[in-house]
Each structure stands twice: as C-alpha cells, then as structure tokens.
Design a protein around this ligand. Structure first.
Ligand SMILES: O=C(CO)[C@H](O)[C@H](O)COP(=O)(O)O
Length: 227
C-alpha cells in the first residue's frame, strides 16, 4: 500500500468510532479528507445523525458538500469526539500539527473535545518530534519582531509562503512561521516559550492532547491507546 492508501485506511477505520447523535470535531489535512469522505458515506447510506464542528474552512466545504451538518464551535456546548491528523507523533504521544496551516482552530476544537483520535500513516511515528518543524501562528502586526526573536532563540524560523511567494494566511488571516528546529530535547520547555511570546497566537506542539492514535500499517490499521 502506498501512503495515500494507508491514509484512506485509517480514515475509514476512524469513522467506526462515530456513533449516532454525536457531535464530532473534524480535523484538517489529506488524511482527514478520507475520513470526512467515509463519514459522508455513512450519513448518506445509514442516515447517521451527527453534527460536525470543523477546524478549517476547507473541511467545512468538503463536509457540507457531502451532506454532513456543520455547526459553529460556539453553537455547541461540547464535542464528543475529535478526529484529526498529525505531522509527527513521538513515543510519549506528543504531536506536531499545523502542516496544513489549521493548528489554531485544531487546538481549540481538540481542547473542547471529550475524546481525541489522531489518524496517521506509519511514517508520522518518530522517536522525538521536531524534524518536521514547528508551525507557529502569529498576528501580522509586529510579526517581523516575533520572527527576529525566534532567530535569537536559535529556532531557525522560515515564513510560510503561498505558491506565488506571498506570506501564507490562515483562516484567521494570521501568518505562519515554521521553526526548523530539528529534534526537540524538551517540547514542554519550547511550548512554554512559544506561548509566552507576545504576538504568537498558537503553536503546533500538541502535548498531552490525544487519547487514541490509529496508525496505518501495511498489515492493517493499528489502534494505540494512550494511557
Ligand atoms: O495539522 C494538520 C493541519 O493543520 C494536519 O492534521 C497535519 O498536517 C497532517 O496532514 P496530512 O494528513 O495531510 O498529512
């Protein structure tokens, strides 16, 4: 199986955890795309009754096109289950997210969810997170000063750009700075520094934020329980 087939496999495996009546957080990314397709199929074929809360405008558009009911996060008082992808996951289940630029809404939806599942192909499992880089969402006002601070900290920052060379804008119209740090010795220390940097809205270090990981392996999906 190639990487896309593994992504499709975990997407399909994840929707089996969705029950009738649930409010479901829908992540963002190519793996989640397969999961949303599979959920749309269940809604259409089984009449499954769910409400989705999405983590990006992209996912909203896809889900609505498949007939999945979507509510704004502030229209619901809780989310039963959030299913999202990840860019890297270490042996302690710390993750990096934000490769798709949706880390802010993803962390807010993750935070509001009773249960969190990440779906990944096996290439995302690493000993230590960091080689992917750490995406950081920053407010445009004064963003160059934040970038300069990251240089001083030795974080090797790089502006995320669009294909035409403009600075990438998130759904909240913020910028993303990717920190090319390599393996991180202590993700907790780095997370503390990032979140206390004025101008940073959120970062892509997701520490202690997952309950189950479904890994796409050649011999089938493997469900890993955290704790
Ligand atoms: O965090 C994310 C988006 O902000 C994605 O979940 C992450 O980038 C994984 O994406 P993919 O499934 O395409 O590999």
């Amino acid at each position: 199986m190639d990487q896309n087939e593994l992504k499709a496999l975990v997407g399909q495996a994840a929707v089996k955890f969705i029950e009738d009546g649930m409010i479901v957080g829908l992540g963002t990314g190519s793996t989640v795309r397969y999961m949303v397709d599979a959920l749309g199929k269940r809604v259409q074929e089984e009449g499954l009754n769910v409400i989705g809360v999405t983590t990006s405008n992209r996912t909203t558009a896809q889900a609505q096109s498949l007939g999945i009911t979507i509510k704004d996060i502030d229209e619901v008082d809780h989310i039963d289950l959030c299913i999202d992808g990840a860019d890297e996951i270490d042996t302690d289940f710390n993750g990096i997210k934000g490769g798709g630029g949706a880390l802010l809404w993803e962390k807010i939806v993750n935070n509001a969810s009773t249960k969190r599942i990440w779906i990944v192909d096996e290439s995302k499992l690493v000993k230590r997170i960091g080689n992917f880089g750490v995406p950081v969402e920053v407010i445009p006002f004064g963003a160059q000063h934040v970038f300069n601070y990251f240089v001083k900290q030795g974080y090797h920052p790089v502006w995320r750009l669009t294909d035409d060379g403009a600075k990438y804008r998130t759904d909240e119209k913020n910028f993303i700075i990717d920190l090319k740090v390599g393996e991180i010795a202590d993700p907790k220390v780095m997370a503390e520094d990032l979140i206390h940097t004025v101008g940073v809205v959120e970062h892509g270090l997701f520490l202690n934020r997952v309950d189950q990981v479904i890994v796409g392996r050649q011999d089938g999906p493997e469900v890993l329980d955290v704790n």
